[in-house]
Design a binder for this molecule. Structure first.
Ligand SMILES: [Mg+2]
Length: 253
């Protein structure tokens, strides 16, 4: 089985190493990853300058582009044969609720899906990675059986990527796996006003406080309860319920 691994934290990120360690147990791994952090770049594509892949080892490339660029180059150009799966991550931090819309980790899996390759995004819901590094390392133990299962399904769901979040626990404390839906997350105080060295007003987006809400079967609830969360996502943003009720609100002009 040919596995393409990418991420949005960059080719030097520890989470990518952990993913590769797990993926190597189940297939032949090719890494194509950004040369620097590209978190929150979502599904952006580089159109206005060329991309330069640099070989960093056997089946290992860094690219001066986004996660989407990496997956597109890997599938279309760099890999001699198409991968059977795209694996993205392990992101340093959770990707649940609305975060999937900002995430470069999830976008790399979306690009795999857009290219017709079954794809799985993996994120580690730890906060301070320095404190949780041992727990991140131990995720290999839970990831190998999970990836082995997901990549051997008779019918991997069509037109779907799987968004996996791992709880910030030691491997032997993880309670199991739940199939979930996206919850809602709310950031507050996440824009910090400050001054640049010349006294001009600037703003820095990031940090702040974070809260969430969600049903019993939400991704946030699963992580809160100590389970691995697996959320099936698709690219079709059409609001189907709204279409079904169109006779109540839509009047053709
Ligand atoms: Mg990231």
């Amino acid at each position: 089985m040919r596995l393409l691994c990418s991420n949005d934290d960059g080719i030097h990120a520890h989470g990518l190493d952990v993913l590769v360690r797990a993926a190597t147990e189940i297939g032949e791994v090719t890494v194509v990853a950004p040369d620097r952090e590209q978190s929150a770049t979502s599904h952006s594509l580089t159109l206005h300058h060329p991309l330069r892949p640099v070989r960093r080892g056997e089946r290992r490339f860094q690219v001066d582009g986004t996660p989407t660029d990496c997956v597109m180059l890997a599938v279309e150009v760099l890999m001699p044969e198409r991968p059977d799966f795209v694996l993205s991550g392990i992101n340093h931090g959770q990707n649940m609720g609305e975060d999937v819309l900002y995430s470069g980790t999830v976008a790399a899996a979306m690009e795999g899906l857009a290219l017709g390759v079954p794809s799985i995004a993996v994120s580690f819901a730890g906060g301070d990675l320095r404190a949780d590094i041992a727990k991140l390392d131990e995720q290999v133990e839970v990831l190998v059986p999970l990836l082995r299962h997901l990549t051997s399904l008779d019918a991997f769901p069509a037109h779907t990527l799987l968004n996996v979040n791992l709880p910030p626990l030691r491997a032997d404390q993880v309670k199991g796996v739940r199939l979930t839906r996206l919850g809602r997350r709310v950031y507050s105080n996440s824009i910090s006003p400050m001054r640049d060295p010349y006294g001009r007003q600037i703003y820095w987006i990031g940090g702040g406080e974070f809260s969430w809400s969600g049903a019993e079967d939400s991704d946030f609830q699963a992580i809160h309860d100590g389970y691995i969360s697996v959320t099936p996502l698709h690219l079709d943003l059409t609001h189907r319920d709204m279409l079904d009720t169109a006779d109540r609100w839509w009047r053709a002009p």
